[in-house]
Write a protein that binds this ligand. Structure first.
Ligand code: NAD
Ligand code: MG
Length: 392
C-alpha cells in the first residue's frame, strides 16, 4: 500500500489524481489533501478518501473546513499554514507526493517532499522554473525520485532510456515539445488584443485551472515548459524545440542522432501521465479511453509564431540569461495573469508587463531559496507598479 499526499487536491490535476486513485483503492491510501479556497470540495474529498489530514492556508478556513467535515461525519484532522503543507509533504508515513499547487506557492512544500527522498510527481512546473538549480541539486542530494506529470515532459521521460543521464545524453539531438497553440492559434493580433478571460480559458483540447489556461493561450506555458525540460532532462536550451500540434495527441518527441524519433501518443487526458507517475516503473489503468487514430485521421504540425506569441520568446530569453531571470519571468507572469483575470489589463499586456519587469533587473545567480524568493518578491512589486502605471 502506498500513502499519498496530494498538494492542491481541489484543482484540476488534484481531482484527476483522485479519480485515478479511486480506481485502485487496494494500492493507494490518501494521507493528506490540501486546498486553498474550495473548502466544500476539500471537505467532500477528505471524507470520501478518509484522509488523515486536510490542509488549508489560514486559521479561518481551517475552522470552516472542520465544521464542513464534521457535518459530513468525517474524521479528517484539519491543519493550516505553510509549515503544515510542508509537514504533510515530508511526513515519514508518506511515500508519494503529487505536487499540484499552482504557481510559486508550490515551491516550498514540493521541496520538502524532495528533501525527504520521496517519489515526487511534479505537476507544479513553476517550482522548477523559479529554482531549477537548487531544486535539482536537492533531488540528487536527497535521492528523491522525480517524475514529470506535465504531459510533454512525461512523454519525453517515456521516450528516453532510463539511464540516459549517464550514457545516452550524447545520443540525443533534440527534445521536441509539442504545443496545441491554445485557443488563439488561428486568431489575428487585433482579435487577440480584445480577448476576454473566458475566451482565453476556453482551451480547445485540455480542461485545466485558470492560470495554466491563460498561460496556454499566451504560450507562456510552453516557455515555462522549455525551462522545465532544461532542468528535468539536464540539457541546454538549444536542444529544446517547440512544435505546434493542434490535435494534442502526440505529447512530445525525442530525436536521436541516428535519425530515430520516438514519440508518446495518447488522448489529451492528464490521467495518463498521472497514472504513469503513480505506478512507475509499472503501469496502471487510468480510465482514459483507448486512442482511436483512424477516427482522428489527421495529425498536423507547424512552427510556433513568435510574433503573435511573444511570451515564448521572453521565456527563451530568460532561460538563456539564466540566474534569477526565470524566477523574475515567472513571478511577473503570475501577477500579469491575475491582472488579466481581474480585467485590469488586456491580454496583450501580459507579455508587456513581463518584458518591462525583466528589463528592470540585473540578473544574478541566487545561491539560496531565500535569494530566489527575494527575486520573486521584487519581480511581483515591479510588475504591479508596471500595471498601476498603465492604469493611471
Ligand atoms: P488549479 O488552479 O486547478 O488548482 C490549483 C490548486 O492549487 C488548487 O488545489 C488550489 O487550492 C491550490 N492553491 C492555489 N493557490 C494556493 C496557495 N497560495 N497555497 C496553497 N494552495 C494553493 O490548477 P491546475 O490546472 O490543477 O494546475 C496545477 C499545477 O499543475 C500548475 O502548476 C500547472 O502548471 C500544472 N499543470 C497542470 C495541468 C493541467 O492539465 N491542469 C497540466 C500540466 C501541468
Ligand atoms: Mg504541459
Amino acid at each position: 500500500m502506498h500513502f499519498v499526499t496530494i498538494l492542491g487536491s481541489t484543482g484540476s490535476i488534484g481531482e484527476s489524481t483522485l479519480d485515478v486513485i479511486s480506481q485502485h483503492p487496494e494500492k493507494y491510501t490518501i494521507y493528506a489533501l490540501t486546498g486553498c479556497r474550495q473548502l466544500q470540495k476539500l471537505a467532500q474529498q477528505s471524507v470520501q478518501f478518509k484522509a488523515k489530514y486536510a490542509v488549508v492556508t489560514d486559521e479561518s478556513s481551517a475552522k470552516q473546513l472542520t465544521n464542513l467535515i464534521q457535518d459530513l461525519k468525517g474524521t479528517t484532522e484539519v491543519i493550516f499554514g505553510v509549515d503544515a503543507l510542508s509537514e504533510v509533504a515530508a511526513n515519514s508515513q508518506v511515500d508519494i507526493v503529487m505536487a499540484a499547487i499552482v504557481g510559486a506557492a508550490g515551491l516550498l512544500p514540493t521541496l520538502s517532499a524532495v528533501k525527504t527522498g520521496k517519489k515526487v510527481l511534479l505537476a507544479n512546473k513553476e517550482s522548477l522554473v523559479m529554482a531549477g538549480s537548487i531544486f535539482m541539486s536537492a533531488v540528487k542530494q536527497y535521492g528523491a525520485t522525480l517524475l514529470p506529470i506535465d504531459s510533454e515532459h512525461n512523454a519525453i521521460f517515456q521516450c528516453l532510456p532510463h539511464n540516459y543521464k549517464d550514457s545516452h545524453q550524447s545520443a540525443i539531438s533534440k527534445l521536441i515539445l509539442s504545443a496545441s497553440g491554445g485557443p488563439f492559434r488561428t486568431w489575428n493580433i487585433e482579435k487577440i488584443a480584445e480577448a476576454t478571460p473566458a475566451q482565453a480559458c476556453a482551451h480547445p483540447n485540455w480542461s485545466m485551472g485558470n492560470k495554466i489556461s491563460i498561460d496556454s493561450a499566451s504560450m507562456m506555458n510552453k516557455g515555462l515548459e522549455c525551462i522545465e525540460a532544461k532542468w528535468l532532462f539536464d540539457t541546454s536550451m538549444d536542444k529544446i524545440e517547440v512544435l505546434i500540434h493542434p490535435q494534442s495527441i502526440v505529447h512530445s518527441l525525442v530525436q536521436y542522432i541516428d535519425g530515430s524519433v520516438l514519440a508518446q501518443l495518447g488522448n489529451p487526458d492528464m490521467r495518463t501521465p498521472i497514472a504513469h507517475g503513480l505506478a512507475w516503473p509499472q503501469r496502471l489503468s487510468s480510465g482514459v479511453a483507448d486512442l482511436n487514430l483512424s477516427e482522428i485521421a489527421q495529425l498536423t504540425f507547424e512552427q510556433p509564431d513568435l510574433t503573435k506569441f511573444p511570451c515564448l520568446q521572453l521565456a527563451y530569453n530568460a532561460a538563456q540569461a539564466g540566474g534569477d531571470a526565470p524566477a523574475v519571468l515567472n513571478a511577473a507572469n503570475e501577477v500579469a495573469v491575475q491582472a488579466f483575470l481581474d480585467t485590469r489589463v488586456g491580454f496583450t499586456a501580459i507579455p508587456q508587463i513581463v518584458e518591462k519587469t525583466l528589463e528592470s533587473f540585473n540578473f544574478y545567480e541566487p545561491e539560496s531559496l531565500a535569494a530566489v524568493q527575494e527575486s520573486d518578491n521584487r519581480a511581483r512589486v515591479t510588475a504591479e507598479s508596471v500595471i498601476k502605471r498603465s492604469e493611471s
